[in-house]
Each structure stands twice: as structure tokens, then as C-alpha cells.
Design a protein around this ligand. Sequence first.
Ligand SMILES: NC(=O)c1ccc[n+]([C@@H]2O[C@H](COP(=O)([O-])OP(=O)(O)OC[C@H]3O[C@@H](n4cnc5c(N)ncnc54)[C@H](OP(=O)(O)O)[C@@H]3O)[C@@H](O)[C@H]2O)c1
Length: 342
Amino acid sequence: MRRVNVAVVGATGAVGEEMMRVLEEVDFPVAKLVPLASPRSAGKEVEFKGEKIKVKELTESIFDEEDIEIALFSAGGSVSAHYAPFAAEAGAVVIDNTSHFRMDPEVPLVVPEVNPEDIAAWRNKGIIANPNCSTIQMVQALKPLDDIFGVKRVDVATYQATSGAGKSAMEELVTQMKDFFAFKLDESEHKKFPHQIALNVIPQIDKFMDNGYTKEEMKMVNETKKIMHKNIEVSATCVRVPVLRGHSEAVTVWFEQDVNADAAREALYNGKNIVVVDNPAKSEYPMPIMVVDKDETFVGRIRKDLYRDNVLHMWVVADNLRVGAATNAVRIAQKWLEMESE
Ligand SMILES: NC(=O)c1ccc[n+]([C@@H]2O[C@H](COP(=O)([O-])OP(=O)(O)OC[C@H]3O[C@@H](n4cnc5c(N)ncnc54)[C@H](OP(=O)(O)O)[C@@H]3O)[C@@H](O)[C@H]2O)c1
């Protein structure tokens, strides 16, 4: 496969760093890697394939100057809103991790295990959007079940790690835990979360909307429909928990047909990039500590509803920085390159 010039926008961030790791691990055919960030980090070094590379400042003209073909963006919505069009104008395909373009009808929103064919619409604006981390792992688990039983409705409660809010949010949890052991937790600051996150759970991620749901919850509702091309009813409660890495989800799925746990387990077992860990007798089920640095979505606690034959419950866990961001973006890039090389 031909080699391409790749820019990582937000290369010093939690997702950007992971993107470079994944590109390296999958041996993506990179001709030149250009790490980009704000002037704060310009000149710092990042490591890629054993080489130290200087971070450059993100500018409007850098994509043209560096002859970039793939631009992986993860530096926040406003940065994507302003700079992604310059990258696309310079001829690059933008794979954007922020929420900015996700619901734009012209921009495909892609999880390669679910709707890879949508990548073809990248030419509309030169942009492909990466869904929200909690949506990605959920639709990956829904897809093999939908193919067999037809998903009608999903009720989900998430248990989301602090890394979902970036590097400084992880640091906030660690600092608060240190302060707890130094008996000064009451003096500890919280900037990234609306309340103390150490030894707590917070049933709010992002801002509340007029309908009583948060923006994060509405992302799960709207993105699931767009990715699965289906008017699935989704109701989400998104919760931040004091975990550094790995989002968990308790998912209740309502199907068009009756379902049984064994058939569902088998469908998931055959699902792409899904690992089933479901052995209650040995207390085996997915947990955040098991999924760090993994590129698969883990599913367990698969069981039928006690009252309804068409309802199933399951527990879905994945590394939010990988499956929920970097790995999904790199898989899109791989598919895009395959399609463009045909
Ligand atoms: N964390 C997740 O699980 C996750 C999952 C999916 C999507 N996302 C999305 O990905 C984006 C980044 O998230 P993150 O968790 O990696 O955040 P992060 O750790 O805070 O990193 C932010 C990155 O963006 C760069 N940046 C900030 N302002 C910039 C500017 N004006 N110009 C150029 N670069 C700028 C920062 O560079 P400096 O070093 O120069 O500040 C840093 O590299 C967010 O939009 C987030 O919603 C995150």
C-alpha cells in the first residue's frame, strides 16, 4: 500500500498520543508524521517509531505546506471547526474526533465494524467524523445483535472514566486521591468536573439541555441513529466515575423478536472486534482494568430480562482512548486508504 503523510492535530493530548501509538502498532503506511498542537506545545518532542519528532504549531497553511493526505483531529470542537476546512481544502481527508461535524448530514459518522460503507461520502466535505466514545463501544455491541434480532430500543447507563475529559481530568482525579491520603481533600480543587470526582460518582457529563438530558446523553441518542441508519429509541444516563481509563455501560436492549442469552452470546462472539467475557460462576466479566490498551470491546453479564422475552441486558466495557477514539480513527483511515487505493 502507498505511504501517506499524516498529521495528528492535538498530538500532545490524551487521544493524540494514543493515535500515534496505534498508527505505530498497526504499522500504518506513514511516509511522514506531522504532530501539531497549540503554540504552548510547539517545539516539544513526541516519539513515533523510535524517532523524536518536534511538535509544530497548528496553522491554517500547515496542511498545504506539509502536503498532508490524512489529518487526524483531536484538539477540541472549536479547533476542528476552524482548521478542518483548511486541511480539507489542502486536499487531505480529515478524520475528526470532536463532536463538531458529527451530526452534519453531509459528513459521514463512522464505526468501521458497523457502517464502513459510509466512508465513501467523505468527498462531500473532505471530513469523516468519529463518534463519541460511549457511542462507539455501544454500537459495536449492538450491531451483531441487530443483524439477528432487530434492535428497537436501548436503555443505557454509562460509567465513564476521567480520561474521557482529557489529560488534565485524569490529573484532577490523581491529585484528589493524593489529597485524600494527606487528609486535605476538602481543600482540593475541581476544575474539570462539576464536583469532586475522587470517591464519588457524578451523574452529569457535559451541559444539561432544555429536555433534562445532558449533551453527552443526547450524543448517544442521535449518533446511534445516524450510524445504524435506523430510528432506534435510545435513552441514556451518562455518569462519570473515579476510573482513569475504560468506559463501562449497563445496556438494556429491546428487540423486534424474542431473544435468548445463548444465541445473543454467540452473535456477540462472532461480532467484529468484540470479546465475550461471561462466566459468572468464576466471577468473570469485563472491567475497566482489563481493557486498558486493548483494541476490542468487551461484553459480559449477558442475560435475558426476567419479564419480557424480547429484552436482554448486557455489560459493555472498552478503552475510551483506544476503541472510543484513536483505534476507531485509525481503522477509518485504514479503510479510507484501502478504498482510495482501489
Ligand atoms: N478523551 C477521550 O476519551 C475522547 C474520546 C473521543 C473524542 N475526544 C475528543 O478529542 C478531543 C481531544 O481530547 P483529549 O482527551 O485528547 O484532550 P486533551 O488531553 O486535553 O488534549 C487536547 C489537545 O488539543 C491541543 N489543543 C488545544 N487547543 C488547541 C489549539 N487552539 N490549537 C491547536 N491544538 C490545541 C492540545 O495541545 P497543547 O498541548 O498545545 O495544549 C492537546 O494536544 C476533544 O474534542 C474530545 O472531545 C476525546
